[in-house]
Design a binder for this molecule. Structure first.
Ligand code: SF4
Length: 228
């Protein structure tokens, strides 16, 4: 069964327009240098609670929450994640998925039970492998984006503005590539330092991405650019 690494009982920011619980699953095939959850990258190890306990918790929240979010790690790594999605839907919740887009086949399988997807686009395509520590990831992410576009499902692409590995010009390149693909919603996420951050960037470098002169080209492409 799925390995559950954490449960946030309430969020109003992880699933647009929904009050939701977030279930974190353990394991991720990537190795992003800005990962906030390095403990969740390892596939092995015990979960903090069983999937049945997650379902029992959700049953107690059926009148107070309208959504659940699968996050991680990479939730689509879990072999039975589609079954988990079916069970969440049977309880009457809308389902959001946070994914790095590296498992397009699994994404296709879970989409019939999914209401919204937040897909990380971590770098311009030509920097992807270097940033993620794996090869040929960009093609998988592009495939996942095409699946979402073809399905017509509500989704956002989002990028964490990591000043050590990305530049404002990289963000413009990503936005331009996404626009050309037809991606409708794009979000920029501020880099947030975290406990154990071995190489935390300076706050000035973090905020430089959000200066008007650096945002203007992205906002020309995405006038409703989300910044969080
Ligand atoms: S995809 Fe997410 S969980 Fe996986 S290494 Fe990158 S930031 Fe961490």
């Amino acid at each position: 069964m799925s390995t559950v690494a954490g449960l946030v009982p309430f969020t109003s920011i992880d699933f647009p327009e929904h009050l939701a619980a977030v279930v974190f699953f353990k394991g991720c095939p990537l190795n992003c240098p800005f990962c906030h959850n390095p403990d969740l990258q390892m596939v092995d190890g015990q979960g903090v609670m069983s999937w049945q306990e997650v379902l029992q918790f959700l049953q107690t929240r059926q009148k107070r929450l309208d959504g659940a979010v699968f996050s991680g790690g990479e939730p689509l790594l879990q072999s039975d994640i589609v079954q988990c999605a079916q069970q969440v839907k049977q309880l009457g919740f809308k389902l959001g998925i946070h994914t790095s887009g590296v498992y397009p086949d699994k994404l296709s399988e879970i989409l019939p039970y999914t209401d919204w997807v937040g897909l990380d686009v971590k770098a311009p395509w030509d920097k992807y492998d270097m940033l993620c520590g794996r090869q040929n990831i960009a093609l998988k992410v592009q495939e996942s984006l095409k699946i979402l576009l073809d399905a017509g499902i509500s989704f956002e692409a989002r990028t964490t503005c990591d000043p050590i590995h990305l530049t404002p010009a990289d963000i413009v390149q990503i936005a331009s590539d996404l626009k050309n693909m037809g991606v409708p919603v794009y979000a920029l996420q501020k880099y947030r330092t975290f406990p154990g951050d071995k190489n935390p960037p300076a706050q000035l470098a973090i905020s430089a991405f959000f200066k008007p002169e650096n945002l203007i080209s992205v906002q020309n492409l995405y006038p409703n650019l989300i910044i969080r």
